[in-house]
Design a protein around this ligand. Structure first.
Ligand code: F6R
Length: 365
């Protein structure tokens, strides 16, 4: 069942290329996104809406946070993302002009289900993005998009996170297409590159040796900071969550630009800082945060695009990812962070597949 791997988590990390391929199959023929077999949306309806609410918990919330940024790029809709346990208690307008998207791997998270009932009651059209088409959330919504990730046994979500992001990107592209808000060649550029991602992910996974030894070196740290900007901010949050869940090391993530507003006070030699900085328009800005961090003597682990190493000469450790379209970097930058968390936990001897105090699906509030 573990397919020769010592843990389900490592098996599931390694399945991510295949999951990505499976997610795209039948939905991206000829580099065109088509979800008309799965969604009941019409162009008239798509043009009638004004708002998109993305709602989820935990890792699914971070996938939704990446999607929030993507939808802002592809459409002129008013997009917001919320934690499910907060969404219900806000007084924000929700109505027939609202598409409410519930992202839940299990489809059974009680807070997400309750948020869905709340939005439905107010007249929103509800979409579930889930790995379980028979789940409670899937049964209650107007439309469902499935992840096609296969069962995930490790409590820490890995392949379903990349699966969720992939489905959310396709959904965002499809909605933009129905609304005619994205140029055809933009769609082609992104879909073409999405079909290359499985190969890039598999290439990254084959090269886990350096990550393992780096993880061993840092495995006794008590605190970690994770930083990122733009698309990389939710990835920093996800990297920190993976590390704390399975290694029990305290890890916090911040938008890199927030560092000066408080967390910089934490920095010293004992606090390693993981900086997620793929090659995009925010690279230089994040580089200045690396310099500030170095000035406080914190060891820096940079996750960056291959080719950028020469500008990071004073950095202790560099993990590179292949180059891709800037909007798609989250699919690659998250992989070394998952492996890093895994190998740190392995070095510390924790229960990787079944961390203390955690359940795979949270059916209480
Ligand atoms: C983290 C993790 C949790 C879940 C969260 C939501 O590794 O697995 O944070 O992401 O409990 O679960 P779903 O997606 O099933 O609603």
């Amino acid at each position: 069942e573990k397919g020769g791997y010592p843990h389900f988590m490592l098996k599931e990390i390694n399945e991510q290329g295949a999951v990505m391929r499976q997610t795209l199959t039948g939905r991206t023929e000829g580099n065109v996104v088509d979800l008309s077999n799965e969604l009941s949306w019409t162009s008239d309806w798509a043009r009638s809406i004004k708002k998109v609410h993305l709602v989820a918990c935990g890792t699914s919330y971070y996938a939704a946070s990446v999607a929030e940024r993507v939808m802002g790029l592809f459409t002129d809709l008013d997009v917001r993302v919320d934690i499910a346990s907060e969404y219900r208690y806000r007084s924000i307008p929700i109505g027939e002009d609202t598409l409410a998207i519930f992202v839940s791997q299990s489809g059974e998270t009680l807070d997400t289900l309750a948020a869905e009932r709340f939005a439905k009651e107010k007249g929103a059209r509800c979409l579930a993005i889930t790995n379980n088409g028979l789940s409670s959330i899937a049964r209650e919504v107007d439309d469902v998009l499935l992840l096609k990730a296969g069962p995930e046994i490790g409590v820490a979500a890995t392949k379903t996170f990349t699966g969720q992001m992939a489905v959310l990107y396709l959904m965002a592209l499809y909605l933009a297409k129905l609304r005619e808000s994205l140029a055809k060649d933009e769609e082609t550029r992104l879909v073409k590159e999405m079909t290359c991602l499985p190969y890039k992910i598999e290439g990254l996974l084959e090269n886990s040796g350096p990550i393992k030894s780096m993880a061993e070196k840092y495995s006794l740290a008590r605190d970690f900071l994770f930083l990122g900007r733009g698309f990389s901010f939710p990835i920093a949050l996800e990297g920190a969550l993976k590390l704390k869940e399975i290694s029990y090391i305290h890890a916090e993530a911040y938008a890199a630009g927030e560092m000066k507003h408080g967390p910089i006070a934490l920095l010293d030699r004992a606090v390693p800082v993981v900086v997620v900085m793929p090659d995009d328009e925010l690279w230089e800005k994040t580089l200045s945060n690396v310099q500030e961090t170095k000035a406080r003597k914190s060891p820096v682990i940079a996750v960056t695009t291959v080719g950028r190493e020469s500008s990071l000469k004073d950095v202790e450790d560099i993990l590179t990812v292949p180059s891709t379209e800037p909007e798609l970097s989250p699919f690659l930058t998250v992989i070394p962070l998952q492996m890093f968390a895994y190998y740190v936990a392995l070095a510390r001897g924790t229960e990787i597949d079944q961390p203390r105090n955690l359940a795979k699906s949270v059916t209480v509030e």
